[in-house]
Design a protein around this ligand. Structure first.
Ligand code: AVJ
Length: 324
């Protein structure tokens, strides 16, 4: 036996799936003129694994760029934040970037929030094994809907720092991003911090390539949403009848992912049917891109002070430290 004792992490389950997948699909496919499907349903086990694969693609610059920035600024962050904090990660996924912070900040506790229950538990347990002194409290929740954090009962007054990496904030519209940050501000006390990774506006060729990779992993990630509808909702969608396409919407400053119908066809779901014309698209995800000052202004209008920002040498990605 290993001499080191490992504690089993226990999950706080806010049961996010009670919000109906079926209802969201019916609503999105009924929407006119643009059919939609919500991107938060990408992350079943297969989707989470595909997303991890996306993060390693040569065209997908955000992950490695943000990791480089975090490694370079971690000591400064540690100094700004100070020891003995509860770090709350909004959408923890595979919990890789958090290790950079755990290695530099002297945190007391870590609360990863994620919608994908099994993936969350598995990642949280690995962190708990690797950082035995850290109190790990995984919370299964949809952070876009969450108004209050579960209380950290071991020490309710513990100062917090939020962590929202990966430009996940880009999934929100600019207005929603402001509302999300205002909501996070309410979960923090004055002096607490929020670390946010934000993807920046850049040459559109680089953006399009990052979301239309050569090996087709992003396409598989997008199509997986239709596969979930078939498997979980007994849908009858011909997966060969759709192609992935990501376009940059200049006016709204965002990448949009679409599923493009290759023919005139019907999507059947129970006793309902949805008609798609040839070339009609289902809009599945937005990934908003910001200017540095534009993002700082948005954060300030949400109740934060934009204290520090770090970028990479190409100015492709940014990591902001916002102070409540
Ligand atoms: C997880 C929302 C940050 O927008 O870049 C990656 C998701 N979609 N490739 C992004 C995604 C397709 C990703 N975020």
């Amino acid at each position: 036996m290993d001499a080191k004792t490992t504690t089993t992490v226990s999950l706080i389950d806010l049961e996010p799936e009670l919000e109906d997948f079926r209802q969201a699909v019916v609503e999105g496919l009924s929407s006119a003129p643009q059919k939609t499907l919500p991107c938060k349903f990408f992350y079943d086990a297969a989707g989470s694994a595909l997303f991890d694969q996306i993060c390693g693609l040569k065209e997908y610059y955000p992950t490695r760029t943000e990791i480089g920035i975090l490694e370079a600024c971690a000591d400064e962050l540690a100094e700004l934040i100070g020891p003995d904090r509860l770090l709350v990660e909004y959408g923890s996924g595979s919990s890789i970037k958090i290790r950079i912070l755990l290695d530099h900040l002297k945190l007391a506790a870590y609360m990863p929030l994620d919608i994908s229950r099994d993936h969350l538990l598995h990642s949280a347990q690995k962190i708990a094994n690797d950082y035995p002194a850290l109190d790990v409290l995984p919370v299964c929740a949809d952070y876009s809907q969450l108004t209050n954090l579960p209380e950290y009962s071991a020490n309710p007054g513990l100062r917090k720092v939020g962590f929202f990496p990966g430009s996940s904030i880009g999934n929100f519209t600019r207005k929603e991003a402001g509302e999300f940050m205002r909501n996070v501000a309410r979960q923090l006390q004055p002096g607490d911090g929020l670390i946010v990774g934000v993807d920046l506006k850049k040459e559109t060729g680089l953006l399009r390539a990052a979301y239309n990779d050569q090996s087709g992993v992003t396409a598989a990630f997008n199509i997986n949403l239709l596969k979930r509808i078939n498997e979980e909702l007994s849908g009858e969608i011909n997966l060969q009848g759709f192609e992935h396409n990501a376009v940059y919407n200049e006016e709204l400053g965002r990448i949009e992912m679409h599923l493009v119908s290759q023919l005139e066809q019907q999507i059947k779901l129970g006793d309902q049917a949805f008609e798609l014309a040839m070339d009609e698209t289902i809009h599945t995800e937005n990934s908003h891109k910001y200017d540095l000052t534009e993002f700082q202004q948005l954060a300030e209008s949400a109740g934060f002070k934009a204290s520090r920002v770090w970028t990479d040498a190409n100015n492709w990605f940014s990591v902001h430290y916002l102070e409540r």
